[in-house]
Design a protein around this ligand. Structure first.
Ligand SMILES: Cc1cc2nc3c(=O)[nH]c(=O)nc-3n(C[C@H](O)[C@H](O)[C@H](O)COP(=O)(O)OP(=O)(O)OC[C@H]3O[C@@H](n4cnc5c(N)ncnc54)[C@H](O)[C@@H]3O)c2cc1C
Length: 557
């Protein structure tokens, strides 16, 4: 699109048209705001952040419902993606797979964990981002691609963005969705040096072809629920992990590519400037025979990207007339695919806050303050999760018990997403009436329901487990001692753990959706939460009706 002769006046300018920028632009445009996305690149283009989880999908579903945008529903399962996003080359994620490796030894069948759930998706981001930006344009958002922003002036009257060709764009508000570029966090000196996050890791990543199906490289395993290759593979070792995200793992795939990323704890693997990423990857393969076998014929089809410390954080996420989305204000680690979860949790209230600000012509910072607090809390929570995960990789049994903690908080997130008030938060009611009063959307409290980690109970519990793991790291207790403490913490947490077999480390192959205990306990949880939980744990009641719907949906899958 040419900027020549175009002097637009926008309600909101969004820096970046990645997945987060496009989703926010779609919501704002659909509900009447004048929105412009500015991107330094053009679609389709490579982007990282490919694995979804059931949690991410439920958040897409919530956003679709909340803002009456059917296209977001297309991201709620693998089958939805394939049916509705034309020409997309996504892969299947039927499970989270953890294969523990020891140097110089073939991977052992006794050190595997498979957590199988819904048919989720490995997003081939260049296709999906391209689709989403077109959706945003269809709803009326505008996009200027291949532009360079040279300056941004913000004062109490509005925002002025200067482009390299000298033109200036005026808007009332600006959102930074530029990912790692972090334009506004840098401009306002918000970036923390060093980052406050405890996790300290670096990443090498690329796309490859010729990566073997891992099932052919592993010793026989009759207990697996689904093939290992039908999900995200985590090759785990002391000091790090590696993702293998196949896009070619289903019968309809025409995409031969696998996403590959090696994540290294900086204390175990400091970065050497003398070694290229190719050399480092080759050296890594030489230590782990089963992984080497999987990559014997692999070729990268784009240059390796190699980061320094990948964590970054910002002291603030907003200011006068601007907001900085999660991926532009902080990043922790790819582990457990939480990046998009963080973006969606923030976008849900941010969109309503901006729509309300446009409606009232009041962009006061106080309206966005609770969201900023929530966003920082989410960062710190996922930092605890990532930090704990890296420590747990010291040993298979430690990792296996920690995975139960993660699984519990993941499951509770899903249970909480069934809560009736969340389901009722829709901008259009069943008769198509558009609610003018957005205030209930902007009460950040309701988002505490989205993730148990964000209430006091979840936070305290994860912190207690992390403390035990940190003692292992400091050499104060053995891994075995930590395992027993973590398991007793798990059992003391709630009866939910006692009845769910998948919380027990001896169950290394977990089929959540086909576990009757999962549904029975979910139903029981809906009653229990209303009757017995402490007040802060149940800001909203669980809906029996939604739980039953979920049960039906689970069985259909
Ligand atoms: C190594 C790695 C692995 C990850 N894996 C996962 C995962 O498996 N699952 C998951 O949920 N999340 C993952 N994430 C996080 C995920 O990538 C982000 O949550 C997601 O990409 C956020 O989308 P976004 O639109 O905010 O940013 P991006 O996707 O980075 O988009 C930013 C956009 O801004 C544009 N831009 C950049 N600079 C400028 C500029 N100066 N001016 C104008 N435009 C600009 C870019 O061209 C781009 O289009 C991962 C992240 C990393 C780093």
């Amino acid at each position: 699109m040419s900027l020549q002769g175009d002097s637009p006046q926008f309600d909101v300018v969004i820096l970046g048209s990645g997945i987060a920028g496009s989703i926010l632009a779609t919501i704002l445009a659909k509900h009447g705001s004048k929105v412009l996305m500015l991107d330094k690149a053009s679609h389709p283009r490579f982007a990282i952040g490919e694995a979804l989880t059931t949690h991410t999908e439920k958040l897409f579903s919530l956003l679709s419902h909340q803002y009456a945008i059917p296209e977001f529903k297309y991201l709620t399962s693998f089958d939805q993606v394939n049916q509705n996003i034309p020409g997309s080359s996504c892969g299947l994620k039927h499970s989270f797979n953890f294969l523990y490796h020891r140097q110089g030894q073939p991977q052992s069948s006794s050190e595997r964990v498979q957590l199988a759930g819904t048919r989720s998706t490995h997003l081939f981001r260049q296709d999906v981002d391209y689709y989403l930006v077109q959706v945003a344009e269809r709803y009326g958002a505008r996009l200027f691609s291949n532009v360079t922003v040279t300056d941004i002036d913000i004062d109490e009257h509005g925002v002025g963005v200067k482009l390299e060709d000298g033109r200036k764009i005026d808007s009332s508000y600006i959102v930074d969705a530029s990912g790692f570029s972090s334009i506004l966090a840098k401009k306002f000196g918000f970036k923390e040096q060093p980052s406050r996050f405890k996790t300290k890791s670096r990443t090498l990543f690329t796309h490859m072809t010729g990566v073997k199906d891992i099932d052919g490289c592993l010793s026989e395993d009759k207990d697996k629920v689904v093939p290992w290759n039908a999900g995200t593979i985590h090759h785990v070792f002391d000091g790090g992990w590696m993702w293998v995200i196949p896009f070619n793992n289903h019968e309809h795939s025409k995409n031969p590519v696998c996403s590959v990323g090696l994540n290294l704890n900086l204390s175990h693997f400091p970065k050497s400037e003398d070694t290229s990423p190719e050399q480092e990857f080759k050296h890594f393969l030489s230590k782990f025979p089963t992984i080497a076998d999987q990559f014997a014929n692999a070729q990268n089809i784009r240059p390796w990207a190699a980061t320094g410390r990948i964590q970054f954080s910002s002291s603030k996420c907003m200011g006068e007339r601007f907001y900085i989305l999660p991926h532009a204000s902080g990043f922790i680690d790819p582990i457990f695919s939480t990046g998009l979860i963080q973006s969606l949790i923030a976008i849900s209230p941010l969109a309503a806050l901006i729509l309300q600000a446009v409606q009232r012509n009041d962009y006061g910072m106080k309206n966005f303050a609770s969201l900023e607090q929530l966003q920082q809390k989410i960062f710190d929570h996922y930092d605890s999760i990532a930090n704990s995960t890296y420590i747990s990789f010291k040993d298979f049994s430690l990792m296996n018990s920690w995975l139960r903690v993660w699984l519990l908080q993941h499951t509770m997130s899903l249970a909480k997403l069934l809560w009736e008030p969340l389901q009722e938060l829709a901008i259009e009611d069943r008769n198509g009436y558009v609610h003018k009063d957005l205030s209930r959307f902007t009460e950040i409290d309701y988002l505490n329901a989205v993730d148990p980690a964000l209430d006091n109970w979840g936070n305290d519990y994860i912190r207690k487990v992390e403390t035990e793991l940190e003692k292992v790291e400091a050499g104060l207790i053995s891994s075995d001692e930590a395992v027993s403490r973590i398991l007793s913490l798990l059992h003391s947490t709630s009866w939910f753990c006692k009845v769910n077999r998948f919380i027990k480390p001896s169950h290394r192959y977990v089929d959540i959706l086909h576990s009757p205990w999962f549904y029975i306990s979910l139903l029981a949880y809906s009653f229990y939460s209303q009757l017995f939980l402490k007040k802060e744990v149940r800001p909203f009641k669980v809906s029996f009706k939604n739980t039953v719907n979920e049960l039906r949906w689970g069985i259909e899958v």
